[in-house]
Ligand binder design. Structure first.
Ligand SMILES: [Zn+2]
Length: 373
């Protein structure tokens, strides 16, 4: 199983696709044997295109996707916000162009691989007797991109006509941050004109029959707190030593962690609604040839924490808590975020989502509601 790329941000990370598809295709006949093999063979073709970072073959993937769009009579355009990094945008126009649209997003690039660790070549798209397909991108996330297209194919065959326009975006460079793909698209006039109301993007693979739904992504905050204090003899009791100050913070953070964990244990909140905090390192002590000096209280100590905050978290109050309780200057403490840039990126991501959502125009007529989505 590939590692889900949840360490990367997604400009629009909302719902897991398969549920959506299963809703849409409900009622349609299951594909025949012949259809199934064609569906799989198209998926294999996409997997066999080498879009591995750091030098993805976007030319071939673009060609392939355009040919798919063509076979489905979808409108298509290739936009290079940055040269050589194509965003492929497909459209199935809705019958009522005044309604906001739906966007199905996927990325075309995949993460690198170590061929020697694979049981079958990572670009071979080999299928074993059990029907398992081996290929880089089979989960993350060429499968999803192809499922979009196949669902459209089936819907078109059934005579379905969408009321809202349906867009598909195939974006580059997601695995290296998405700056030249999804981000550029999200801030573009093209995107504004699309009048998107809801975006579906990648989720996590499921190992069973259940499709899990994700509507947000936790933002990582990697917090390092440092404490300073007068050094002193190990036998002496005095206030404001670096260790003592750090211990107070650790105790405070531990209490916060327990309070969040309690909400989870009691079933009052779900995993995606609490702030998780875990201590990941402790750095302190004066080294000696045999370990640490045992009779000296050091003047510095630090600890690192992996904090994950859901988008619903009260960020201001968390920041205040860090400043006032976890690393207060009054206790000779400082703090920094190792991935502050990552944190700000997260804000940008949600900005673009909110931008998209707030530009929603209510249909204002009977029989059309959000429930239909
Ligand atoms: Zn991905």
């Amino acid at each position: 199983m590939e590692k889900a790329c949840n360490s990367h941000y997604h400009n629009q990370s909302l719902l897991l696709l398969p549920l959506f598809l299963s809703l849409l295709v409900a009622g349609l006949a299951y594909p025949t044997q012949d259809e199934q093999s064609q569906i799989i063979s198209r998926f294999q073709q996409y997997l066999q295109i080498n879009t591995t970072q750091p030098s993805p073959d976007y030319q071939s993937s673009t060609q392939f996707l355009l040919s798919q769009a063509n076979s489905l009579s979808l409108e298509s355009q290739v936009i290079e916000f940055v040269k050589g990094k194509p965003v492929i945008l497909l459209k199935w126009p809705g019958s009522d162009l005044s309604l906001p649209s739906i966007l199905l997003n996927s990325h075309t690039d995949v993460v690198p691989f170590e061929p020697s660790k694979w049981t079958h070549p990572p670009l071979g798209a080999y299928i074993d007797e059990g029907g398992n397909i081996f290929g880089r991108g089979s989960q993350d996330m060429k499968s999803v991109g192809m499922q979009y297209l196949e669902a459209i194919r089936r819907l078109k065959l059934s005579g379905f006509q969408p009321k809202r326009s349906l867009y598909l975006s195939f974006v580059p460079d997601e695995e290296i941050g998405g700056y030249d793909g999804a981000k550029k698209l999200a801030y573009s006039d093209v995107f504004k004109d699309m009048n998107v109301e809801i975006v579906l993007d990648e989720g996590l693979p499921s190992t069973d029959e259940n499709y899990r739904l994700f509507y947000a992504e936790m933002a990582p905050w990697w917090l390092v707190i440092k404490s300073n204090g007068a050094p002193g003899h190990g036998a002496k009791l005095y206030d404001n030593s670096a260790m003592e100050n750090l211990l107070k913070s650790i105790e405070s953070i531990r209490r916060f962690r327990a309070s969040q964990f309690d909400l989870l244990k009691a079933g009052l909140k779900s995993k995606g609604d609490v702030i998780s905090v875990n201590m990941v390192f402790l750095k302190a002590g004066t080294p000696s040839p045999t370990g640490f000096v045992m009779n000296l209280q050091p003047s510095e100590a630090e600890a690192g924490f992996d904090i994950r905050a859901p988008p619903t978290a009260d960020i201001e109050s968390l920041e205040k808590r860090i400043e006032e309780e976890w690393a207060p200057a009054s206790r000779n403490m400082t703090f920094e975020f190792l991935n502050k840039a990552e944190y700000f990126k997260g804000i940008n991501v949600y900005e673009s989502i909110i931008e998209a959502y707030t530009s929603y125009i209510p249909p204002g007529r009977d029989g059309v509601s959000r429930d239909e989505l």
